[in-house]
Write a protein that binds this ligand. Structure first.
Ligand code: ZN
Length: 460
């Protein structure tokens, strides 16, 4: 258990202090927390105990430790976690297969989310309560001037706070788990915060949003772009105060389109299920790494450190706040560039640019000749939500064709997985009013593009 001093107030105070103490104070916190995490992982995680056999007793630099990858960790899940009561099989049967338990704490202690991430490898991530306390406090302290401003708060007081989460439902993904977890806290929150799953037909979403009249939108920018078009067409009539984009990259054009059509301020959060409060956006729009609670190491294809100003091949991250499932030098798969010069905002935390997944919409033909646009993440969740799918890529090759590259799990029947994916996509396209769309199963497995980037859904 964590010490008494590290209570909510203690963490909030420490988060303030770290910022004012500057780089030396931040580095000291990082080093102490890393040493404690490594010691804990060695004693409570059989996986790390084996992995760190030859690692020195005292750790002062993350580079003294071997890196870890999603695939090995998932294959050793029961040894990876530090609570012997947790097993992947039990998590799947008792929680993940049950949508009525979305957002509930597993065994009263853990929030569990599933993800595919940008490398397309599905993962199951477990956070303890301490990890979420840190996330909430870091966001509140470091994004106090950017995420929601005083002027927005006054608008919420006047018009009421009603938040619509534009995320993918149908599985325990981070966006929906966090929203449902907030709703479980109190009925007053449950009435004011709702998930509008982007997997559902657009016409239904538009009607429900017109009834709900959200003042705050958060979630995928591609879904917001869809709503912007509906608002311009006069079918959607909402007046949000703020739209918080996360889960996908937001382009400058996308931001301007959403702001103009919905008449609201558009802000951005980088959210990763493994390291939820990795960065905070400052007044100048830069993302600063919260290096007192997370470590970010940009590396090249051979895992050598990459200097500031150079785009990395991938990035190794460490979550210093989560003990139940230690994430230490974990290959996240994202390409990042650390800023070469200090940010004008004066923050002591390094600024970074992260290339997340692209939020470009893909469009398909409808029987009546119209075009139906779908959110790439919605399409992706239908495919990766199919039992037996390990990794995939979906390429729109024409208005009525989708090429699929599938990698199936060990022991899965490929033909059966392909058939199930086809059926699920068929119902998805029908619900969206698109189709029929022919699924063309590719011979080749999923692969990275020439730049070394792994994309999941795009238009050829
Ligand atoms: Zn800044």
């Amino acid at each position: 258990m964590r010490g008494v001093s590290e209570t909510m107030m203690g963490i909030a105070w420490d988060t303030w202090r770290a910022e004012s103490e500057g780089p030396t104070g931040i580095a000291r916190r990082q080093q102490t927390r890393l040493a404690e995490l490594v010691e804990f992982a060695r004693s409570a995680s059989p996986y790390y105990r084996r992995l760190y056999r030859d690692v020195p007793d005292v750790i002062s630099d993350p580079r003294q430790l071997p890196r870890v990858g999603k695939r090995e960790l998932m294959e050793n899940f029961d040894d990876w976690v530090t609570d012997p009561h947790l097993t992947l099989a039990k998590l799947r049967s008792e929680l993940l297969s049950d949508l009525s338990r979305l957002g509930s704490y597993y065994r009263g202690k853990y929030l569990v989310v599933t993800t595919s991430g940008t490398t397309g490898e599905p993962a199951v991530l477990v956070h303890d309560r301490f990890s979420w306390v840190v996330v909430n406090l870091v966001v509140r302290v470091r994004e106090r001037r950017t995420l929601v401003r005083a002027v927005d708060v006054r608008a919420f007081l006047r018009r009421g706070l009603r938040a619509a989460a534009l995320v993918a439902g149908g599985a325990h993904f981070a966006g929906v788990v966090l929203t449902e977890s907030a709703r479980r806290r109190a009925p007053i929150i449950a009435r004011r915060v709702r998930v509008f799953s982007v997997l559902r037909p657009l016409a239904d979403l538009v009607q429900e949003l017109n009834d709900f009249q959200p003042t705050l939108l958060y979630g995928y920018p591609s879904a917001m772009l869809q709503l912007a078009a509906e608002q311009q067409a006069g079918r959607l009539r909402i007046r949000p105060v703020v739209a918080i984009s996360s889960g996908e990259n937001l382009s400058a054009v996308g931001r301007a389109t959403i702001a103009a059509a919905l008449g609201c301020r558009v802000t951005e959060r980088y959210l990763s299920s493994e390291v939820p409060a990795l960065t905070s956006q400052c007044r100048n729009g830069a993302f600063h790494v919260n290096t007192d609670w997370y470590i970010l190491e940009p590396v090249d294809a051979d895992y050598r450190p990459v200097p500031a100003g150079v785009t990395s091949h991938t990035v190794l991250v460490t979550n210093l706040a989560n003990r139940v499932q230690p994430i230490i030098r974990y290959d996240l798969g994202d390409r990042v560039t650390v800023a070469a010069s200090p940010c004008l905002c004066g923050s002591p935390f390094p600024a970074v640019t992260i290339e997340g997944r692209a939020g470009d919409l893909v469009s398909f033909g409808a029987p009546d000749g119209r075009t139906v646009t779908v959110v790439p993440l919605a399409l992706g969740s239908v495919i990766e939500g199919t039992a037996g799918v390990r990794r995939f890529q979906a390429i729109r090759t024409g208005p009525q064709t989708l090429r699929l590259r599938l990698e199936v799990s060990a022991g899965a029947d490929r033909a059966r997985v392909q058939k199930t994916v086809e059926e699920r996509l068929g119902s998805f396209f029908a619900a969206q009013g698109a189709g029929p769309v022919t699924i063309d199963h590719a011979e080749e497995p999923p692969r990275t593009d020439r730049g070394g980037k792994f994309r999941q859904v795009w238009s050829a």
